[in-house]
Write a protein that binds this ligand. Structure first.
Ligand SMILES: [Zn+2]
Length: 365
């Protein structure tokens, strides 16, 4: 059973207030039992976009602290999610991240099994260029104007762009506003991949080494159980972050091949910079160089088919940080906590009431 949730935060709030559970807005619960496929999510988005349009045009808030009406305007400035959600939420108006990157001109290559990869860096100057949002919008509009299902499919095959209700927001820039959440991109992506290379290594030995490392109490959740039968399968994103930053090099170094050491070292260097609370532009440039070197090393050692869409998106992390600040200002750790909270509500019928409310709202519309 799969339920989709769309959260919102108010970016005017300072970061330490913004992600408090009491300040996170639960904007939509998309009921299961299955995930809505691609552009069908537009049916849910339409309702949200109607309200976003009102907010963009301006509304009066009553009952403010000063007891006077206060005019406000609001706009969506960033959509942070994982790749599957990106394909639905914004992708619906987007170029499919499995076929081509939504930010730059890179297109996927396909191997004999029809699996996409984003390898080959010899011509990076040609494709590492930001897409023209006006062209993307034009392509999405053309999809909308296709009269038949076949015509729509043909358009997707050729242009790889769907319509998204988000395009009703005149200011919405799908190229820059859509970012792949750094915790999914960095820590559930490459960290997991690196560790999969270690599958053959005795995880019990690694766990024993982990226990020998004493860390400060405020470091967050630490990975106690590496040796869980299937290796690291139970790790949360937060544990992956700590594993990479604190433990990875220390406990795996002598167990890794020379080439894997170089990959891990580049990754840890980049993460070290990216997870800081303040980042300089020079720091971002440096992190980008570490990540680019790491991806090239992966291609050299494991072939272009290992360069997944997720790995390609690493190349854009530093651009996202230039737009939105340090990664901790826009990663989705807090939403994961909110998911846990909503999960608990399920036990006292909250979800049932919420769905009932959602159904009522849809009917009223
Ligand atoms: Zn790209």
């Amino acid at each position: 059973y799969s339920v989709g949730i769309i959260y919102g935060v108010i970016c005017n709030l300072p970061r330490n207030e913004r992600f408090k559970l009491s300040n996170i807005l639960t904007i939509a619960l998309i009921p299961g039992p299955n995930e809505s496929s691609l552009h069908y999510i537009n049916h849910y988005l339409a309702l949200i976009v109607d309200q976003l349009l009102e907010l963009w045009n301006g509304i009066e808030l009553s009952g403010t602290y000063e007891n006077t009406n206060k005019p406000i305007r609001a706009a969506v400035i960033c959509c942070s999610c994982d790749i599957p959600a990106a394909r639905k939420l914004c992708l619906c108006g987007y170029i499919s991240v499995y076929v081509a990157c939504h930010r730059c001109l890179k297109k996927a290559q396909f191997n004999d099994q029809n699996q996409p990869n984003f390898g080959r860096f010899d011509n990076i100057d040609k494709w590492f260029v930001e897409r023209d949002i006006n062209q993307v919008r034009k392509n999405a509009q053309e999809w909308l104007e296709c009269k038949t299902k076949d015509a729509k499919s043909l358009h997707i095959r050729d242009i790889s762009v769907h319509w998204s209700e988000m395009y009703r927001l005149s200011y919405f820039d799908s190229v820059r506003f859509l970012i792949i959440d750094p915790i999914h991109c960095l820590f559930l992506g490459i960290a997991k991949w690196i560790v999969l290379q270690l599958r053959t290594i005795n995880t019990k030995r690694m766990q024993n080494r982990t226990k020998l490392i004493k860390v400060p109490a405020d470091i967050g959740r630490i990975p106690y159980r590496i040796d869980t039968g299937e290796g690291f399968s139970g790790f949360t994103a937060d544990q992956w972050k700590n594993f990479i930053l604190v433990y990875a090099t220390t406990i795996t170094w002598d167990l890794l091949r020379e080439s894997d050491r170089a990959i891990l070292a580049n990754f840890v260097h980049a993460c070290d910079i990216l997870v800081c609370r303040t980042i300089s532009i020079n720091g971002l440039e440096e992190a980008h160089k570490w990540l680019l070197t790491m991806i090239k090393l992966i291609e050299q050692n494991y072939g272009p088919e290992k360069i997944s869409p997720n790995l390609h998106l690493y190349l854009h992390i530093c651009h996202c940080a230039l737009d939105y600040g340090p990664l901790y200002a826009f990663w989705c750790f807090s939403y994961e906590r909110m998911n846990g909270l909503l999960d608990k509500y399920n036990k006292n019928q909250f979800t049932f009431k919420y769905f009932h409310l959602l159904k009522t709202i849809i009917k009223t519309k």
